[in-house]
Ligand binder design. Structure first.
Ligand code: DC
Length: 224
């Protein structure tokens, strides 16, 4: 039997990635966190494409895209993002990257650069991909599409604890503002905005645990 292609989209900190990872393990699928790719490009830009005023020089970034090689390597347990052969899995979670990633992710040049790469990874099936535009743009023919949402306060709490567990200092109010700002930019951008695909199953997990959300998703997948 051909393994399914599953798209999981939704707001920041609804648990998309950690939930997708568990489902991938259970169903023996590959898991691709596409947000990590946008974060990787942002990290590169912060290292290499800044102008004197401390902003990302987008033209410089666009002309540098051919120099960026992104690759997920399997360390036996999970896929670790490498940029030009360097493990950047921790760097991409920093506040600095979080503060700039939506600006980078709304650029057509960046989205085009990543689109083919994402599609090529799904060609053989057996993949669960999480992001913002997977069900609408990257994999419109996915076998299953889910859209996760939760209240802003609950999402703030989750992101705050995630940052602490990574050893990254954070203030709850700042985390909340960053989430609101990112959701706004992601939803309002012209190209591939964050929105639910018409045929997506919507799950509001404000009062669901991670395990309950996983059970809910699996109940749809295992129904057929
Ligand atoms: O899921 P995340 O917080 O790691 O995503 C980081 C940013 O990347 C987020 O602001 C939106 C953007 N993104 C996107 O535009 N399209 C995707 N498929 C995944 C993420």
């Amino acid at each position: 039997m051909k393994k399914p292609v599953i798209a999981i989209d939704g707001y920041s900190s609804t648990g998309k990635s950690s939930i997708s990872k568990v489902i991938a393990d259970k169903l023996e699928l590959i898991h691709l966190d596409t947000g990590a790719l946008y974060r990787g490009i942002t990290w590169y830009a912060l290292q290499n494409c800044m102008d004197e005023s401390g902003s990302i020089n987008l033209e410089n970034l666009f002309s540098s895209l051919p120099l960026i090689q992104l690759e997920f390597r399997n360390d036996g347990r999970e896929l670790i993002l490498h940029l030009n052969h360097k493990d950047i899995s921790k760097e991409i979670r920093s506040n600095e990257v979080s503060d700039h990633v939506s600006l980078v992710a709304k650029q057509k040049e960046v989205r085009d650069f990543l689109l083919q790469y994402q599609r090529s990874l799904a060609e053989k099936g057996g993949i669960i991909m999480d992001g913002r535009d997977i069900g609408t743009v990257v994999l419109p023919n996915a076998d299953f599409k889910f859209f996760l949402t939760a209240s802003i306060d609950e999402r703030t709490k989750r992101r705050y604890h995630e940052l602490l567990s990574l050893g990254i200092e954070a203030e709850e109010q700042q985390v909340k503002e960053n989430l609101i700002e990112r959701d706004k930019i992601d939803s309002e951008r012209d190209i591939a905005p964050l929105k639910q695909a018409e045929d997506a199953i919507v799950i509001d997990n404000t009062s669901l645990s991670k395990e309950e959300t996983i059970e809910s998703i699996l109940s749809y997948i295992q129904k057929i």
